[in-house]
Design a protein around this ligand. Structure first.
Ligand code: NDP
Ligand code: PMR
Length: 398
């Protein structure tokens, strides 16, 4: 039954482009590369960061040892052995991957999770039904589809006086069936406005807080996806992600004097989502280039696996929602449960072995993490700079 259903899905719901040179047994299902495009040069900066980290630790120990009247807030060397509870902000933690990650982190007792959500009540209910205990989370209002709301969230967070150790940019919208574009409060096409620009503003405004944190491993994580990477079979399912010369983005994606699509083309909701994911992955790398050495912050992205049951597909036709999970489970074998995906993202947040910066993480069939290769466009240095520069103008930072 499941096989019949999935074959229907393959034949009727999607037109694959021409021929691909991969078979359904290709390792790409699990997020590996289809072709060997470029290798990210990460080794050197990673080892530099290790040296930097060690240097900072030595400096701190020295300053404790040599300062005669240390400030009262500084921990004595003995106390330093016990790590304080980390504070992590997770956007879109009211469902799916974000909620599962919040649960996985809260359960360790080592993290306080700020659930940054647009629907306060939904988030509270979700936390409760996931069994997250009250002392391990706080819900704070954040609507990424409004720059005012992002700024207000940041102001509220700063006012709370909490440290910020890890920020996870997870929230997203996907509008595969939309015939016409919809817009954010600022008049920007909704998918790129929410998934990329809202997060871009948020992470830029919170960078200083992360810099100030004394937590040993500070991280900024932006959730990416296989579907934004055209070096995979999944990334070759039409419509394919592509930013082109970014004339639409430069025009503000408002649909008035500019296109609503980054590349200047006709509106396509599925493509807009995939384009937003390229922007997410490029932004992570640009953050890494600009700030990793200076701040010691780890910047990372990931493909958590195909979590075919989440609310991301809420706007898809019912038949898709019925067939997509068995298709991913039995045909592509790319399926992961929400719980498993949450454990993966929680690893990127807190695992001591995942401190390398500038990396796009994926997991193999045994659920072991590995550094994956991004597509040519998703690792294009000049495109990353251009996305950054145009985005800072749109969000009002330049
Ligand atoms: P969900 O729809 O379950 O979660 C998305 C979350 O984003 C929801 O909590 C939603 O809030 C929130 N959100 C949407 N718009 C806004 C907004 N304007 N402001 C604040 N929050 C908002 O989907 P997933 O868990 O699947 O998606 C999470 C991430 O995982 C996304 O970045 C997605 O691209 C990525 N991903 C998902 C894959 C999958 O197979 N599902 C595969 C690869 C990557 P609300 O609950 O109020 O709707
Ligand atoms: Mg895709 C080869 C394996 C594979 C994997 C891992 C995914 C992941 N998908 C794969 C293959 C295919 N998909 C194939 C061969 C088809 C044609 C039948 C196909 C179709 C398809 C559709 C119509 N897949 C989709 C859609 C969506 O609407 C989803 C999407 O693109 O959302 C943007 C989707 C996805 N496939 C995935 C993943 C992870 C998604 C969700 C995308 C995301 O969250 O980024």
């Amino acid at each position: 039954m499941a096989l019949q259903a999935t074959s229907f899905f393959v034949h009727n719901l999607v037109n694959l482009p021409g021929k691909t040179n991969a078979t359904l047994k290709d390792s790409t299902f699990l997020g590996g590369s289809l072709t060997d495009h470029r290798k990210l040069d990460l080794g050197s900066s990673a080892s530099r960061s290790k040296i930097e980290f060690t240097r900072r630790k030595v400096y701190k120990t020295q300053s404790v040892a040599t300062t005669s009247t240390p400030p009262v807030t500084r921990a004595a060397p003995e106390e330093k052995k016990t790590l304080r509870k980390g504070t992590v902000i997770i956007t879109g933690a009211s469902s799916g991957l974000g909620l599962a990650t919040a649960k996985a982190l809260a359960e360790t007792g080592k993290w306080h999770v700020i659930m940054a959500c647009r629907d306060f009540l939904k988030a509270e209910r979700a936390a409760k039904s996931a069994g997250i205990s009250k002392e391990n989370y706080t819900v704070m209002h954040l609507d990424l589809a409004s720059f005012d709301s992002v700024r207000q969230f940041v102001a509220n967070f700063k006012q709370s006086g909490q440290p910020l150790d890890v920020l996870v940019c997870n929230a997203a919208v996907y509008q595969p069936t939309a015939k016409e574009p919809t817009f954010t409060a600022d008049g920007i096409e909704l998918s790129v406005g929410t998934n990329h620009l809202g997060h871009f503003l948020l992470s830029r405004l919170l960078l200083d807080d992360m810099k100030k944190s004394d937590y040993p491993s500070k991280r900024l994580i932006i959730v990416g996806s296989i579907t934004g990477n055209t070096n995979t079979l999944a990334g070759n399912v039409p419509p394919k992600a592509s930013l082109g010369d970014m004339r639409g983005l430069a025009g503000g994606l408002n649909g008035l004097n500019s296109s609503t699509m980054i590349d200047g083309g006709k509106f396509d909701g599925a493509k807009a989502y995939k384009d937003s994911k390229i922007c997410n992955m490029l932004t992570m790398q640009e953050f890494h280039r600009r700030y990793h050495e200076e701040t010691g912050i780890t910047f990372a992205s990931l493909y958590p696996g195909c979590i075919a049951t989440t609310g991301l597909f809420r706007e898809h036709i019912p038949l898709f929602r019925l067939l997509f999970p068995p298709f991913q489970k039995f045909i592509t074998k790319g399926y992961v449960s929400e719980e498993e995906s949450g454990k993966r993202l929680a690893q990127v947040v807190s695992d001591p072995s995942l401190t390398k910066s500038g990396v796009y993480w994926s997991w193999n069939k045994d659920s072991a993490s590995f550094e994956n290769q991004l597509s040519e466009e998703a690792s294009d240095v000049s495109k990353a700079r251009k996305v950054w520069e145009i985005s800072e103008k749109i969000v009002g930072l330049a």
